[in-house]
Design a protein around this ligand. Structure first.
Ligand code: CDP
Length: 227
């Protein structure tokens, strides 16, 4: 990866950005599997830092303390596995409270800057599918294909409800819907790296598409580009 966010010439990158619970992670994984590439779940880095702040009593509105915590934790990857403090990070970062805290700390440029090198280092041969909010706009501005994945708020809340229940967490649909609308508003309106589609991004509304169809659409776009 070059310092300006351009992947090394031989490493192709597909970015998938979009609002909470739009299915970015699932789609990124499916596309990466089909192509035999690596994945980057950039939200997991924000979640990991947020959870560490919550458990260690670091205020979520203190960017300097959060940046110090990020440096001390050295959040990064061992292969494709996310690690913090040398330990593998697990499903404990998937709770909604952690996602909401991640969205609060993600407004600070100092926090975002700390997490940038680990994200760019994830671009490795034979290719990377990166999902998040600013993959196509900030982290990999020279990506080969940029996708902006959306879905209606109600269908996203339904998907998130199902996902949490499957992971064994308790979840309430109305609370989830309200939480994701608040998170959308915060992510889209923040000053630094807001959630927005890159002008050249392919916008995909997955409200009426299943996982398989959505993955196929992304793969079609990719194959159209590489011929
Ligand atoms: O799974 P979900 O889409 O709800 O969230 P996530 O992708 O795990 O990200 C959690 C939070 O981290 C988001 O609400 C964003 O505020 C923040 N985030 C970000 O600012 N930039 C990214 N590239 C990824 C996540």
């Amino acid at each position: 990866m070059t310092p300006d966010g351009r992947p090394a010439p031989e490493v192709p990158v597909i970015t998938i950005d979009g609002p909470t619970a739009s299915g970015k992670g699932t789609i990124a994984l499916g596309v990466a599997r089909a192509l035999g590439w690596h994945t980057l779940d950039s939200g997991a880095l924000y979640r990991t830092l947020a959870r560490a702040a919550m458990t260690r009593g670091v205020a979520l509105d203190d960017p300097e303390a959060l940046a110090r915590l990020a440096a001390a934790l050295s959040i990064g990857f061992a292969g494709d596995a996310l690690t913090a403090d040398g330990q593998a990070v697990g499903d404990e970062i998937r709770q909604e409270a952690v996602g909401a805290a991640a969205s609060r700390i993600a407004v600070y440029p100092a926090v975002r800057a700390c997490l940038l090198p680990a994200q760019r280092a994830a671009a490795r041969t034979p290719g990377l599918v990166a999902d998040g909010r600013d993959m196509g706009t900030v982290v990999f501005p020279r990506a080969d294909l940029k996708v902006f994945l959306t879905a209606s708020a109600a269908s996203r809340a339904m998907r998130r409800h199902k996902q949490l229940i499957e992971k064994g967490f308790s979840a309430n649909f109305d609370d989830l819907l309200q939480d994701l609308q608040e998170r959308d508003a915060r992510d889209a309106s923040r000053e630094h790296a807001p959630l927005q589609a890159a002008p050249e991004a392919v916008v995909l509304d997955s409200t009426h598409l299943d996982i398989h169809e959505t993955i196929e659409r992304v793969l079609q776009e990719w194959h159209r580009r590489v011929g």
